[in-house]
Design a protein around this ligand. Structure first.
Ligand SMILES: Cc1cc2nc3c(=O)[nH]c(=O)nc-3n(C[C@H](O)[C@H](O)[C@H](O)COP(=O)(O)O)c2cc1C
Length: 449
């Protein structure tokens, strides 16, 4: 903490995105990654404790609601994120805990209850990554009807947000008295139904759980299409995003902050965290060698199927691996009902670099369209400071290509550099995730109504 009178420099926010044995597609096969099974809770407890020791703001778990077809060649199994957070909440003390859950395939009453419960268990460290579930095959596990359109998914998502927020606010701060002698547990007049009747949901409420320590768990989102940005501007307090270059990240940053301001929100309370997947070593050549070593373990047919998924199942099987690609080889992103913005990221890359399919598959192999790089700790610290100082990020979604070793290198080599530059905390300042992110505690609105 700087001395009296020295203005605190704007602080970076770092989230650890925990995925498989690392974000490189072939990380699960690499001998340097953890020997523990991906269903072994000790694997995640260990990573959470390492991230907490390094003073990360939070850890994050993504989720999909269907098994990927390429499970034969790729590690596609993981623990359900909300349940996982409950276990990590009792094996950590400070770090924020972010789980993904779907607005399309989860009842809002259950969502409100699960995340408020994690916030109580963790004493105020819970956050929800709100997704509408772009994966087309997920629809098969929820009634089997065709996937909802991009627009319908977001429309349903809007109503879910209204219900969940009203449920979280259905208990006043002082509703619980817990007076054993008098036999009074709560003030019924300080708990109210929400009586929601909408296009998709009918929810009476109240929630059957007192108001949680943070008031409301922190809301995270990662949609980047026009619809996705407007949704984020209305609801998100932290936004994950994927960019392959600083300029597009700067544009996204500026637009999202402006949209939030237009919604009457303080833009500082909508943090923008681009994804960064860095292979780090003592020299750039050694880092590059590590990248080649992992790339050599990839299976291009896994990559081809993953690309197809991103484009809503489009068939790329006819494309030769070593001929330069053109935008004509791809469907129009506007017609894609899956992850629309990610298809735009990939197409911009094709327009810019005209890679072969083999080369293109090498990019997402790194981190699925997020920024991928390889270099020394100084180079990574410089890159982070450059985007941070140049209005492209409030922090980063750190995506180590290999876990845990590249998390350890980042924690022991890059974070100390950022701390010495006064850019990152040396210790947690408060108990809750809202304290870490510098976010206000939302008023219950109970008395406002
Ligand atoms: C860092 C990051 C994490 C994401 N995690 C998930 C996830 O766990 N589950 C999911 O269905 N979508 C996930 N997404 C996808 C987004 O929720 C969203 O569907 C995608 O960015 C496309 O949004 P758009 O259709 O608004 O462009 C993630 C995106 C990013 C950038």
């Amino acid at each position: 903490m700087p001395g009296k009178g020295i203005a605190m420099r704007r602080q970076l926010h770092l989230n650890l995105f925990i995925h498989s044995r690392g974000h490189h597609e072939a990380a699960w096969r690499h001998p340097a990654t953890s020997p523990l099974a991906l269903t072994d809770i000790r694997y995640y407890q260990d990573l959470a404790q390492r991230a907490e020791a390094a003073r990360f703001d939070s850890i994050f778990f993504a989720d999909q609601l269907a098994l990927a077809e390429d499970v034969g060649q790729a590690a596609r199994a993981w623990l359900e994120p909300v349940t996982l957070l409950a276990a990590l909440a009792v094996s950590t003390r400070h770090i924020g805990l972010i789980a993904t859950a779907s607005t399309t395939y989860t009842e809002p009453f259950n969502l409100a209850r699960q995340f408020a419960t994690i916030d109580h268990i963790s004493n105020g460290r819970a956050a929800w990554n709100i997704v509408t579930s772009w994966l087309a095959t997920a629809a098969r596990n929820f009634g089997g009807a065709a996937q909802l359109s991009h627009a319908d998914r977001y429309a349903r998502g809007e109503e879910v947000m209204a219900v969940v927020k009203a449920l979280w606010d259905s208990w006043a701060e002082d509703a619980v008295v817990d007076d054993r002698a008098a036999g009074r547990y709560a003030r019924p007049e300080r708990i109210r139904p929400i009586n929601h009747r909408g296009d998709f949901y009918c929810v009476a409420g109240p929630l059957n759980l007192p108001r949680c320590p943070q008031g409301r768990p922190v809301l995270v989102q990662a949609g980047s299409s026009d619809t996705g940005r407007r949704f984020a501007a209305r609801h998100a307090e932290a936004v994950f995003t994927a960019h392959l270059e600083k300029q597009s990240a700067r544009r996204f940053y500026g637009e999202l902050k402006a949209l939030a301001a237009a919604e009457g929100r303080n833009p500082d309370h909508v943090l923008v965290l681009p994804g960064l997947s860095a292979m780090i070593a003592a020299s750039e050549s050694e880092a590059q060698r590590l990248v080649r070593e992992v790339n050599a373990l990839t299976d291009v047919e896994v990559g081809r199927r993953r690309l197809s998924n991103r484009f809503g199942g489009h068939d790329f099987s006819h494309l030769p691996l070593d001929r330069p690609l053109s935008p004509d080889d791809f469907p129009d992103p506007g017609s894609v009902e899956a992850a629309r913005s990610r298809t735009e990221v990939i197409l911009n890359l094709v327009r810019r670099d005209r890679p072969t399919l083999r080369q293109l598959l090498g990019y997402p192999a790194g981190a699925r369209g997020h920024y991928v790089t390889a270099g020394t700790p100084e180079q990574i610290a410089d890159l982070i400071q450059d985007w941070f100082d140049d209005g492209a990020a409030d922090g980063f979604n750190i995506m180590p290509p290999l876990l845990p070793n590249q998390l350890d290198v980042f924690s022991t080599e890059v974070i100390p550099l950022l701390q010495r530059r006064g850019l990152f905390r040396t210790d947690y300042q408060g108990p809750t995730l809202r304290d870490h992110y510098g976010l206000p505690r939302p008023a219950s609105g109970f008395d406002a109504a």
